[in-house]
Design a protein around this ligand. Structure first.
Ligand SMILES: *Cc1c(COP(=O)(O)O)cnc(C)c1O
Length: 337
């Protein structure tokens, strides 16, 4: 199957499985798993932060950040389309008692910083206390520029807000911007990264930040049930991913660009692929064609998802040949419809 639904679908390679098999493990709740300690040190160093904590998912890693930055009754400002607001089952509100203040995402994935300023609440007993600005990079596959991030960081300093990045795909953003991930991370107090997306590990995320913040997050991770004991085999997959699967993200971006360019010649669909896109292509088509297309593709061995807007995601289990095959199946379908 050519699975274009998400970059979460990658399977561990033989070399990654070998690294997992050979990992040394210990009890991580006691801080004694050498592979987890190594992973936490590695990712903290890569992002230029003091410390990091391994978490079972990006959802939990983001929640650890929200809970570490905010108290009960505080507020965080976040994009309408942000994962932390829209796709984490309201965890910040439910489990952290933290109120979200969502704002529209602009076409390039950013949030208008003047809107952010306009939504910071005054110190008044009627209002929640605005504590945190939470951005996402990449947002829907779009890399936010360093210039924008730097302005957002200035704003946070001026208004004394903490600054968190959901950097599930920070390495895609860094690859696209041709910078180190640390150049992006420098503008944030905390950064959550996913090992289980384009980097190809089966499981795992990490939250990076100051030692104090990560110590706090460690208590919340225990509270949320994320203390995982001998999970070093999973950390070993993450270490392998960080050492081997970052440079090749450029191939995914090339494949996505090629896919977008070729699908654009089909009249019946609209391809959305902005110049800051990384490994995602969005395709709009008539609602009545959607289910026929999805079934047709599945029949040809291609999995796609999304309804009126399809999201096609490239990753390390998708080759250039798979992309050519996919383009041809799309063209074929629209010849018949
Ligand atoms: C996938 C993802 C996460 C975390 O997802 P999990 O499935 O919980 O690991 C967070 N933010 C973004 C932008 C994501 O794409």
């Amino acid at each position: 199957m050519i699975d274009l639904r998400s970059d979460t679908v990658t399977k561990p390679s033989k070399a990654m499985l070998d690294a997992m098999y050979n990992a040394e493990v210990g009890d991580d709740v006691y801080g004694e798993d050498p592979s987890i300690c190594e992973l936490e040190q590695l990712i903290a160093d890569m992002l230029g932060k003091q410390a990091a904590i391994f978490a079972p998912s990006g959802t939990q890693s983001n929640l650890l950040a929200l809970m570490s930055h905010c108290d009960r009754g505080d507020e965080y400002i976040v994009g309408q389309q942000a994962h932390t607001y829209r796709y984490e089952a309201g965890g910040g509100a439910v489990l952290g008692s933290i109120q979200p203040q969502p704002l529209e995402n602009l076409a390039d994935g950013s949030i208008d910083l003047n809107q952010v300023i306009a939504n910071i609440k005054e110190d008044d007993i009627h209002f929640a206390k605005t504590r945190l600005l939470c951005l996402e990079n990449t947002q829907a596959g779009k890399a936010l520029s360093l210039d924008y991030l730097s302005h957002a960081a200035d704003l946070c300093q001026q208004y004394q807000l903490a600054h968190h990045l959901d950097g599930a795909r920070i390495f895609n953003a860094a690859t696209k911007l041709n910078v180190e991930a640390a150049n992006i991370a420098q503008y944030f107090d905390s950064v959550s990264i996913c090992l289980s997306k384009g980097l190809g590990a089966p499981v795992g995320s990490a939250l990076c930040g100051s030692s104090e913040l990560i110590d706090n997050a460690r208590r919340y991770r225990k509270m949320l049930g994320g203390g995982m004991r001998q999970a070093g085999n999973l950390a070993a997959a993450g270490i392998y991913a960080l050492n081997n699967n970052i440079e090749r993200l450029a191939d995914d971006h090339e494949n996505a660009a090629y896919l977008a360019e070729n699908l654009a010649s089909i009249d019946e669909i609209t391809v959305e692929y902005t110049k800051n896109q990384t490994n995602m292509v969005f395709v709009k088509l008539d609602a009545d064609l959607w289910s026929g297309l999805t079934d047709y593709m599945k029949d040809k061995g291609i999995l796609i998802s999304g309804r009126y807007s399809l999201r096609l995601v490239t990753h390390l289990d998708i080759s250039a040949k798979d992309i050519d095959y996919t383009i041809n199946r799309f063209k074929e379908f629209f010849v018949d419809h």
